[in-house]
Design a protein around this ligand. Structure first.
Ligand SMILES: Nc1ncnc2c1ncn2[C@@H]1O[C@H](COP(=O)(O)OP(=O)(O)OP(=O)(O)O)[C@@H](O)[C@H]1O
Ligand SMILES: [Mg+2]
Length: 299
């Protein structure tokens, strides 16, 4: 690689630095979302830790981000799995700086939890139920006492605005771990999100595609097909609003290539919708189930 392109990359990198991610499309606060948004905000204000529970792609992250934006809080998030450690969560001393300065405030590299505690941000623990016991233990004091004991400084007190939100998939979904008793006891408000009603979901599709110009009957077809996967007895994990958005984007953008909307849906739907679906009936595949559904709605 030439020196020039290396310089080019660094300039571009510098220009690409932004303060944070902002929500780009409108957030639809109707139906279940209005209630969930209000509950989320109310519990944060009352210092009751909330957990957003819902299947993949229904808007849990978006709601948390929206509350952070509306209340002027920085947004920090962590996706828990077995590789997440307390020191990645809390932070750690930079060994090179410790050699020069010792264990001082300057040589401490904060993790997202410590940062949000100190700055008064909103911290989202995604899939908290997948956190290791070590991580779960290091969350108890910040949750309950709004403090963290950080050696060698002593107690770190959280900023008044610090808010902790967790998210998880419903426990009924196979493969979902159970949250430890100690953490369950400290989460006070369980906010359930399911699949939105028809009008709300169509609006979500419209604002995210963006498909403001997509004919109503095409949008209806997309909704009906996506919704059918949720009623279908063979499907354990159906298509999410996120999958519906992807399908709407493709259909909207490439509609000209097809004779009609139905043909466009038929072309894209199998590749978009089968991705996150799971079949529970032996002998059936996601492909055959999708084909049945498309046949029913598109003929
Ligand atoms: N009420 C809403 N208004 C506008 N867009 C929405 C709404 N709810 C969901 N969406 C859109 O649906 C998509 C999925 O939402 P999001 O990523 O928040 O889901 P999630 O529940 O966090 O999913 P996962 O469990 O996979 O993390 C996003 O593109 C989001 O913008
Ligand atoms: Mg999410």
């Amino acid at each position: 690689m030439s020196g020039n392109s290396e310089l080019g990359f660094r300039e571009l990198l510098q220009k690409s630095i932004v303060d944070g991610i902002r929500i780009e499309n409108p957030v639809i606060l109707k139906g279940q979302y209005r209630r969930a948004y209000d509950l989320l905000k109310d519990s944060i204000d009352a210092n009751v830790t909330p957990c957003l529970v819902g299947p993949p792609g229904v808007g849990k992250s978006l709601l948390a981000r929206k509350v952070a934006e509306d209340t002027g809080r920085g947004f920090y998030e962590v996706f828990f799995d077995e590789n997440m450690t307390p020191s990645r969560l809390i932070g750690a001393f930079d060994p090179a700086l410790v050699v020069r300065r010792g264990r001082t405030v300057e040589s401490f590299e904060p993790g997202p939890l410590m940062r949000s505690m100190v700055e008064g941000g909103l911290f989202v623990a995604h899939e908290l139920n997948r956190a290791t016991e070590f991580c779960q233990n290091s969350l108890i004091a910040p949750l309950e006492e709004r403090h963290y004991h950080l050696y060698p400084f002593g107690m770190i007190k959280a900023h008044d605005n610090f808010a902790f939100v967790s998210t998880q998939n419903p426990i009924e979904t196979s493969g979902t771990y159970r949250l430890s008793r100690v953490l369950v006891d400290r989460i006070g408000c369980w906010i359930r999100l399911g699949y939105p009603d028809k009008e709300t979901e169509k609006e979500i599709l419209r604002v995210n595609a963006p498909a403001y110009n997509l004919a109503e009957d095409i949008l209806n077809k997309i909704y009906e097909i996506v919704n059918e996967t949720r009623q279908h007895p063979d499907l354990e994990i159906p298509a999410s609003p996120r999958a519906g958005i992807f399908l709407t984007r493709l259909v909207d953008r490439y509609l000209d290539r097809f004779d009609d909307g139905g043909e466009a849906i038929r072309f894209f739907a199998p590749s978009v919708l089968t991705k996150e679906m799971r079949v529970r009936t032996p002998g059936k595949t996601v492909e055959t189930v999708i084909e049945e559904i498309l046949q029913k709605h598109l003929g």
